[in-house]
Design a protein around this ligand. Structure first.
Ligand code: DQA
Length: 139
């Protein structure tokens, strides 16, 4: 089972960025705990980019061979038709994750271009949302 977590813009700053919203753990540290937890069940990989085009390229690269994609597209969630089209164009199912409860925040975060093309959305569970996304793909 090959599963990739893809994080979008500013999520490289997890641990430092607005810790009252996003917590104090770095994603690299959290990813190590995921790898240990799912070592026998799945091969996990992780990709982060601040660039919309690089995220589109990564979806194309993995989207016909991986079993699952967990995508937190950050602010591109609310702006990117290109990412929505990339998700629609690949065959691997995508789970949309948001660490914070975007519906409890500014109105511009309430709309996602991606959700209609995703298999499921996990919102407001903190970093545990990524775990929930992995569990979705496991038998
Ligand atoms: C986010 C929510 C987005 O609105 C925001 O732009 C982010 C992070 C989240 O994980 O809660 O960068 O996707």
């Amino acid at each position: 089972m090959k599963i990739i977590i893809i994080n979008g813009p500013n999520l490289n700053l997890l641990g430092k960025r607005e810790p009252e919203i996003y917590g104090t753990q770095t994603f690299e540290d959290y990813f190590k705990t995921l790898e240990a937890q799912y070592a026998t069940a799945a091969t996990l990989s992780y990709f982060q980019s601040n660039s919309e085009g690089a995220l589109v390229d990564k979806l194309h690269e993995v989207g016909f061979s991986y079993d699952g994609i967990i995508l937190n597209a950050g602010a591109y969630t609310h702006t990117s038709i290109a990412l929505a089209d990339a998700i629609a164009g690949i065959s691997t199912p995508v789970i949309e994750v948001h660490i914070s409860n975007v519906y409890a925040r500014e109105a511009f975060r309430h709309h996602s271009y991606l959700s209609p093309n995703c298999a499921a959305c996990i919102i407001g569970m903190g970093l545990k949302g990524y775990q929930a996304g992995i569990n979705y793909f496991l038998p």
